[in-house]
Design a protein around this ligand. Sequence first.
Ligand code: SF4
Ligand code: SF4
Length: 210
Amino acid sequence: MSSPESRATVEEAGPRAGSGPAGEQAWPGDQAWSPTSDFLRQAEQESGVAIGACFNCKKCSNGCPLTFAMDLHPFQVVRLAQLGQVERLSGCRTIWVCSSCQTCLTRCPNQVDLPRFMDWLKERVAKEGGQVEQQRTLLFHRLFLDEVKPRGRVFEGSLMTRYLVKTGGAFGPEAMANARLGLAMFKRGRLKLLPAGIRNRRWLKDLFKA
Ligand code: SF4
Ligand code: SF4
C-alpha cells in the first residue's frame, strides 16, 4: 500500500452490471485519494475484524441480498476502510441497511467479518453524533437494547408498539396494516402475550455494565 503521503488513483472494477446499489456514490474512477493506514489499524484493533485480509474478490457483494438499497457495496466498505476513507464510510447508507444476515461472511474466502465491522462502524457514528443515514435503524437498535436490558430477552409486542408509536406506524392507514400483521404473527405463534426473561439477571447486569 502507498505511504500516507502519496496520492493514488484507485481503479477498481465497479459492481456487477445491473446490480448497482441505489443512489450509488461515485466509485471509483477518476478520483485521486490519499490512502492512509491509520484508520485501518484502529478499525482492526477495535472491531476485531481482519480488514487487511480482504483481497477484493467481491464474493461478499455478489451474495448480499440488500445491495439494491445500499449506496456502497459490501466489498467497497472494506476497500474504503483499507484506504482510510473514514468520512465516506461514516456517512454512507450501507452500514445502516446491512441486516447482519451473515451471507457475506459465509462466502468470504478470508473470513472477513463484515457484519461485525458494519456494527462497529454504526456504533462509532452513533457515539460521535455523526450523520445517521437511516434514523429508523438506529432507533430500532436502541429500542431493542432497551428491551433486552431488563430481562435478557426481547418482548416483541412491546418492542413493535414502541417502534410504531415513535415512527408513526401506529396511527393512520399504516396502523390497520400493522395490526393485521401482528395478528397473523400471533396466530402463527411468533408473538407472545407476555414477556419472558432469563434466570441469570446478575450476568445480564454485568454485561450491560461492561
Ligand atoms: S468476500 Fe471477503 S475477501 Fe472477497 S471482497 Fe468480500 S470481504 Fe474481501
Ligand atoms: S451481513 Fe450485511 S453486508 Fe453481509 S450479506 Fe448480509 S446484508 Fe449484506
